[in-house]
Ligand binder design. Structure first.
Ligand SMILES: Nc1ncnc2c1ncn2[C@@H]1O[C@H](COP(=O)(O)OP(=O)(O)OP(=O)(O)O)[C@@H](O)[C@H]1O
Ligand SMILES: [Mg+2]
Length: 265
């Protein structure tokens, strides 16, 4: 079977989803979808509100289970997500999931929790483990000097960098980011996407990110997947994405309240 640009049978595939679907009550959030993603791809997910982007990311992260179909990551079925998944898939949510009253260092090290025993996780709350890893990641993000700050004292942009540093120490092979730039000013959006794309590229990791700006998709991603009402609309190289393709994806049949996104994030 061939899906979009990638054959499901290709052994280079890191993610292979066959017929995965998810409904919430009577809402079909994601219709049965076949999807293959190979290592190192940077995939942008586009689509209007309610099109199923977060649902797809949650399925890939093992946060929700598909109603049907199969999902394998690195050849392993995600039927029973567990600790192992943390080393394969890391997710950055829009709110970054940082614990405000903990130090920056503790928040970064929370990225390791999935790989730790319960005892080690509890001990780490009092005495950060793998401190050098966290400091190196914060240094790389340009905020090494903030390691011992209380996280709630940081600016929004600094918190994003903490969340990225956490992804780095987590070392997962796939990074999922749900609208990481939707509430940022244009310069900071570029900054965050640049960091994410760099992080993925330099370490050969795979990136799947939902966002709305076609310009940013072309600049930082290799492939764009369009969803609408839970259905796949297109799957194409980012370089081929035109404003018209995006306009049609977001055009909600004369719903004048809704605008297609322009070139701002
Ligand atoms: N936990 C839930 N319970 C009930 N319905 C849900 C739930 N999560 C999502 N849905 C519904 O599933 C559909 C897809 O939602 P999803 O959050 O995946 O869309 P999205 O593309 O991420 O939208 P947005 O751009 O607004 O974040 C929507 O109709 C939504 O209302
Ligand atoms: Mg969403």
């Amino acid at each position: 079977m061939s899906v979009g640009r990638t054959s499901l049978a290709n052994p280079a595939n890191l993610v292979v989803a066959e017929g995965i679907a998810k409904a919430y009550g009577r809402v079909q959030a994601l219709a049965p979808l076949d999807l293959a993603i190979s290592q190192g791809e940077r995939v942008a997910l586009a689509g209007p509100s309610g099109s199923g982007k977060t649902t797809l990311l949650y399925l890939l992260a093992g946060i929700v289970q598909p109603d049907q179909g199969t999902l394998a990551i690195d050849g392993r079925s995600l039927a029973r997500p567990g600790k192992e998944l943390a080393s394969l898939v890391g997710m950055i949510h829009q709110q970054y999931d940082l614990v405000p009253h903990l130090s920056v260092l503790h928040n970064v090290l929370a990225g390791r929790l999935g790989q730790w025993s319960l005892l080690r996780s509890i001990v780490s709350l009092f005495w950060p483990q793998d401190r050098h890893l966290a400091v190196a990641a914060l240094d790389q993000m340009g905020i090494g000097d903030k390691a011992n700050e209380r996280t709630s004292h940081l600016s929004g942009g600094e918190m994003q960098r903490v969340a990225l540093a956490r992804l780095m120490v987590q070392g997962s092979r796939i990074i999922l980011a749900d609208e990481p730039v939707s509430s940022l000013d244009p310069a900071r959006a570029e900054d965050v996407l640049g960091l994410l794309a760099d992080l993925a590229e330099t370490s050969g990791r795979t990136l799947v990110t939902s966002l709305h700006s076609p310009r940013l998709m072309r600049k930082y991603f290799s492939r764009v997947i369009g969803l609408r009402e839970g259905k796949l609309q297109f799957d194409m190289p980012a370089q081929e994405l035109t404003e018209e393709v995006i306009r049609r994806l977001y055009d909600l049949n004369n719903d004048s309240d809704r605008q297609a996104p322009g070139d701002t994030p």
